[in-house]
Design a protein around this ligand. Structure first.
Ligand SMILES: [Zn+2]
Ligand SMILES: [Zn+2]
Length: 242
């Protein structure tokens, strides 16, 4: 499978908000944060090809461009059904983003579904959702993508927790947030991301969702202190084949 990082930052810094395009037998997005739709254009990813969007949680830096994506879909004669999957408590907000004056012009169907700890099949690709610990006010999901014997785990936003380690066991690639360099109650440091990757026995680690403090630090060296495999600092528009 092929990954393209559409957004590796947060809200208003030089990196776009959280978003990864995953190409298997299907074209999918994991999070759709601010400016990710524009980066899809730059990466020449056809928006109409995207059949599923998995949102990690209800912080705007992970889903605000769904409004733009959906508006574009309605106004550009999209015909392909779109499936949106999100953690418990978020479907109402996502649905509200599809309700604007010309939305009745949509030529495609949509489903917006809340998922907890379960398996979802999109074509021949299996996605496993698992609730992780991020913000006590809301639910947050990590997702594991399995296709053709390969596996990728995306943490979304998460602290280092047993749930994240469980879902990441033996994955070929872990895409973990390393939002801040200093210990934070809702996020991982590069050291913690490295520890989680090591404990889960993953083969390779990509660090993403970088706030300016993480962006400016040598986060690869920090993670390598805890993780023996390869570590990559994500960049907007970077591609990885797994
Ligand atoms: Zn968050
Ligand atoms: Zn976030």
């Amino acid at each position: 499978m092929n990954l393209t990082f559409l957004g590796t930052g947060t809200t208003v810094n030089k990196r776009a908000g959280a978003s990864i395009h995953v190409q298997t037998d299907k074209s999918m997005l994991f999070d759709i944060g601010p400016r990710s739709v524009w980066n899809m254009e730059r990466a020449r990813i056809t928006r109409k090809s995207i059949e599923a969007i998995f949102v990690s949680h209800g912080h705007a830096d992970h889903y605000s461009d769904f409004l733009i994506f959906y508006f574009d879909a309605v106004t550009s004669d999209r015909e392909t059904h779109i499936g949106v999957f999100c953690p418990r408590g978020l479907a109402k907000s996502l649905k509200a983003m599809t309700e604007f004056p010309i939305n009745d012009k949509a030529k495609f169907g949509k489903t917006i579904k809340e998922v907890g700890n379960e398996k979802i099949l999109v074509g021949r690709t299996t996605i496993i959702a698992k609730e992780v610990i991020h913000d006590p006010e809301i639910h947050a999901n990590a997702y594991r993508i399995e296709y053709h014997g390969k596996s990728v785990v995306y943490s979304g936003d998460s602290v280092k927790c047993k749930e994240l380690i469980e879902i990441s066991k033996g994955a070929d690639l872990a895409v973990f947030e390393a939002a801040h360099v200093r210990s934070h109650p809702k996020h991982m440091t590069p050291y913690e991301a490295g520890e989680a990757a090591q404990e889960a026995g993953v083969k390779k680690l990509v660090l993403t969702h970088l706030y300016p403090d993480s962006d400016e630090a040598d986060i690869v060296s920090m993670a390598k202190k805890k993780f023996s495999g390869e570590v990559i600092k994500a960049e907007d528009l970077m591609g990885i084949e797994v």
